[in-house]
Design a protein around this ligand. Structure first.
Ligand code: TXE
Length: 480
């Protein structure tokens, strides 16, 4: 059975512990590879390699660094089909989705920041006849990136690309639930000749190697995407050490559907927003609020749309809805369906594990599930389920829609479906979220600030926000 390796100082090496975790294919429930269980000695080796690489990498002319990263982006693009298949196998997501979204974005992230860093400039502040200030932006040094399982290579590259482009050296930890594409990526880094030690990839358990990365005194900044509970723990460790922290956490995102929306398009897009990637996207719209005058019509069309979603083997090109990422996660999602019923909800469709035939008969498949009849305050509507489960609820006025939307601890993303331009602008101002989509969902421009408010995180990534995070500003003040 294939044993994955860490990537340290340009070499692929086994963990110091000699121990491994099982890597399970979610569509079959079978162990298909071994994940290095990294620990402190591996981290010390990676920190030493990164420290040795930093002077040359940070001093490299920007254009040269950019060219190397573009070469890396090209190599990832050339391997995109292979990476998508690996992602589908490792995560359970549909391969067609992995090709269009995961693989595409992995190379796009690297290409974007390879170019963006050549355009990044800093401010100067004139003081009339007295003097002038200018801001230097230097790389932070060694930075740690910790990424989750829902978009394994997509979110892995979303962090390391700006960090490297800005001249930092990186110690990256992919999720132990989905390590495969980060491992394949380390082989691509070797092929394109990324200088040794510039990027180091350590696999293993979050509480062990993840925690060790956050605690390490010579790692100066941490960029994390994952669960809100983990984010809290991370902040408690890193804050007293005065580390820079960027936390992209969970969401419980509302979708607001008004009677004057483009009905057919809205039904399709709201279903896509709820169930893409089996509902395992921090941006998924899982609380759907519909203006009462169209509630029944919308409900009928929406449920019909959801029932058309094709569940199947992730490796089958016609599959739209694959497996959930793990057995534990499937059980968590199913327990929320049970809770919703206990809380008084009515199941409109789905709600069960789906048993497939053939190679996937032991897989972790859950039907797209729609529930109505629940209040805002119940746990089903307050807690992040992170699976194919959404709720429907009617509203009467714009004010009520905003109150419902803002009524959880989370504040990542929302979408508004209406043809009334004035309402869309007004609501955008009142909605307490980092991202507001109008008549769209997951329409992304990599230059825009990405992140949430409230329990959805601290800081923003994307575009110049990421380059600012991964650099340290220094003001130079000159008196004339
Ligand atoms: O995430 P974790 P899990 C949400 C979603 C999901 C829940 C738990 O609700 O059900 O989080 O998922 C590493 N120090 N999201 O348990 O644990 C871990 O190894 C340092 C939302 O899989 O947060 C992995 O690399 N690192 C989300 C990463 O943190 C630690 C995406 C994320 O894992 C650590 C995924 C520690 N003490 C889940 N403990 C989103 N926002 O997109 C764990 N890790």
């Amino acid at each position: 059975m294939e044993a994955l390796l860490n990537y340290i100082d340009g070499e692929l090496i086994a963990p110091a512990s000699g121990e491994y975790l099982d890597n399970i294919e979610p569509a079959t429930g079978e162990v298909y590879s071994k994940i290095p269980l990294s620990s402190e000695p591996d981290l010390e080796q990676a920190v030493a390699a990164a420290e040795a690489a930093f002077p040359a990498w940070s001093a490299m002319p920007q254009e040269q660094r950019s060219r190397l990263l573009i070469k890396l982006a090209d190599a990832v693009e050339a391997a995109s089909d292979q990476l998508a298949i690996a992602e589908a196998r490792d995560n359970g997501k549909a391969v067609t989705f992995a090709k269009a979204v995961d693989s595409y974005r992995a190379s796009a992230n690297i290409r974007f920041f390879a170019n963006a860093c050549t355009q990044f400039s800093s401010e100067s502040h004139g003081m009339g006849d007295v003097g002038v200030n200018y801001t230097l932006r230097d790389p932070v040094g060694i930075v740690g990136t910790i990424s989750p399982w829902n978009f394994p290579l997509y979110l892995f590259t979303w962090k390391i690309a700006p960090a490297l482009a800005a001249g930092n050296v990186v110690i990256a930890k992919p999720s132990e639930v989905t390590p495969m594409t980060a491992y394949l990526f380390s082989q691509i880094c070797q092929q394109v000749g990324l200088p040794k030690g510039v990027l180091n990839i350590l696999h293993g358990a979050g509480a062990q190697i993840g925690q060790a990365i956050v605690e390490h005194p010579r790692i100066k900044a941490i960029s994390f995407t994952g669960g809100t509970a983990t984010g809290k723990k991370l902040a408690a460790t890193a804050a007293p050490m005065f580390k820079k922290l960027s936390l992209e956490l969970g969401g419980k995102n509302p979708t607001l559907v008004f009677a004057d929306c483009d009905f057919e398009t809205t039904v399709k897009e709201v279903a896509r927003a709820a169930f893409s990637n089996q509902g395992q996207i921090c941006l998924c719209g899982s609380r759907i609020y519909v203006e009462r005058s169209i509630y029944d019509r919308f409900k009928e069309a929406f449920v019909a749309e959801v029932e058309r979603i094709k569940i199947g083997d992730p490796l089958d090109e016609s599959t739209q809805h694959g497996a959930l990422v793990s057995e534990a996660h499937m059980n968590k999602v199913l327990s929320y369906v049970q809770l919703a019923l206990e809380e008084g909800g009515t199941l409109l469709t789905g709600g069960k594990r789906r048993i497939l035939e053939g190679r996937c008969e032991q897989g972790y498949f859950v039907e797209p599930t729609v529930i109505e009849g629940l209040s805002l305050q119940c746990r089903t509507n307050q807690e992040e389920i992170f699976g194919p489960v959404c709720t429907l609820q009617p509203f009467d006025t714009d004010e009520e829609a905003v109150a419902l939307a803002n009524g959880t601890d989370y504040g990542l993303a929302t979408s508004v479906w209406s043809s009334n331009v004035q309402r869309c602008h007004k609501l955008s101002k009142q909605l307490q979220f980092g991202i507001v989509w109008i008549n769209s969902w997951l329409l992304r421009d990599l230059r825009t600030p990405f992140g949430g408010v409230k329990a959805s995180g601290v800081g923003r990534e994307g575009g110049e926000e990421a380059l600012r995070f991964f650099t340290e500003p220094k003001n130079v003040c000159i008196k004339y």
